[in-house]
Design a protein around this ligand. Structure first.
Ligand SMILES: C[S@@+](CC[C@H](N)C(=O)[O-])C[C@H]1O[C@@H](n2cnc3c(N)ncnc32)[C@H](O)[C@@H]1O
Length: 264
C-alpha cells in the first residue's frame, strides 16, 4: 500500500515538473505543436510550483484553481443544475469543482470518477473537509475505464472538464461510450476539448500535454457513442466547451448552445 503511494507521489512530482516546464515554456513563447492555439493568463512572475499544494498544481495552473472551478460550476448552474439532479464528475481530480458541487447537491447526488485516488483524498483533506463527506455522502470510483454504469444510477448531468483534452481517439471514444451508457434519456454531458487544426493519431492518455482535435473529429467520436453534441460559448481560455446528449434531447442542447453566453 505504502509502496504504491510512494510510487504515485514520485509520478506526481514528475507530472508537476513536466506541467510547469510546459507552462513556463508557453509563457516564454516556446509553444509546442499541441499548444499552438494556447492563450490566456500565464503564471504570475515569481510564482513557482513550490508555492502551491501538489493537489492543486497537478490538475492545471494552480493560481487558477478557484477560477477554473467557478467556470465549471457557473456553466452547470446556467444550464439548469438543481440540487435534486444526479451528477457525475468524470476525472474529478482534487475536487476543484467537487468542493462547490458536493455542498450544493443533495446527499448521495454527487459521483466522482478518478484514477488518481490520492487527488480525491487530498481534495477531501484540504478543500472539502470530512464533515461535508459525512453529510453529503459523495460516491467515488478510482478507475480509468470510464465505467460510469457501475454507479448504478442514470445521470442528469455529467461533467468532464479538461479530460477529453488529454485523450487520444481510442480512449475518448471509450470515455464517451461509458458516459453515454450511464446518462439519463434527457441527461447532458458538459465537457471541454482542445481545439486544433489537425487530428491525433496516438493512443491512450497524454498528460500534461494536450491532444488537439478539429471539432469535426471530436463531434464524430461523440456521435459514434450514440450522442449528439453542440459547442458552447463559455469561459475557458485554453480549451473549448461542448454539450452532448441523446438525439431525443437535441432540441434542448441546441437551445443551450444558443442561449448560454459567457458572462465575461
Ligand atoms: C486536467 S485534470 C482535470 C481535473 C478536474 N476535472 C478539474 O477540472 O480540476 C485531468 C484529470 O483526469 C484524470 N484522468 C486521467 N485519466 C482518466 C481516465 N481514464 N478517466 C477519468 N479521469 C482520468 C486525471 O487523473 C486528472 O485528475
Amino acid at each position: 500500500m505504502m509502496a504504491t503511494f510512494e510510487a504515485n507521489r514520485s509520478s506526481l512530482i514528475r507530472g508537476i515538473r513536466a506541467f510547469f516546464r510546459l507552462e513556463v515554456g508557453l509563457s516564454r513563447g516556446r509553444v509546442s505543436a499541441n499548444e499552438e492555439d494556447a492563450g490566456g493568463d500565464e503564471l504570475t512572475a515569481g510564482q513557482m510550483p513550490g508555492d502551491f499544494p501538489a493537489h492543486r498544481a497537478y490538475v492545471g495552473k494552480p493560481d487558477e484553481w478557484d477560477l477554473v472551478a467557478a467556470r465549471q460550476v457557473t456553466l452547470l448552474l446556467a444550464a439548469g443544475l438543481r440540487d435534486n439532479h444526479l451528477l457525475a464528475d468524470v476525472g474529478c481530480g482534487s475536487l476543484r469543482a467537487g468542493r462547490m458541487l458536493i455542498p450544493y447537491l443533495r446527499p448521495e447526488h454527487y459521483f466522482g470518477v478518478e484514477p488518481n485516488g490520492w487527488l480525491v483524498e487530498e481534495g477531501i483533506e484540504h478543500e472539502l473537509g470530512r464533515d461535508l463527506v459525512r453529510i453529503k455522502r459523495p460516491t467515488f470510483r478510482f478507475v480509468d475505464d470510464f465505467s460510469l454504469s457501475a454507479f448504478g444510477v442514470n445521470f442528469d448531468f455529467a461533467l468532464a472538464h479538461s479530460v477529453f483534452s488529454h485523450t487520444n481517439p481510442d480512449l475518448a471514444l471509450n470515455g464517451f461510450r461509458g458516459i453515454a451508457e450511464a446518462l439519463a434519456p434527457e441527461g447532458k454531458l458538459f465537457a471541454t476539448f482542445k481545439e486544433g487544426s489537425a487530428n491525433p493519431e496516438g493512443s491512450g492518455w497524454l498528460y500534461p500535454e494536450m491532444v488537439p482535435y478539429t471539432w469535426e473529429r471530436m463531434s464524430g467520436l461523440i456521435e459514434e457513442s450514440g450522442l449528439v453534441a453542440r459547442r458552447l460559448d463559455w469561459m475557458q481560455p485554453r480549451q473549448s466547451w461542448f454539450v452532448a446528449a441523446y438525439p431525443n434531447a437535441e432540441g434542448e442542447i441546441i437551445d443551450l448552445s444558443n442561449r448560454l453566453r459567457r458572462p465575461l
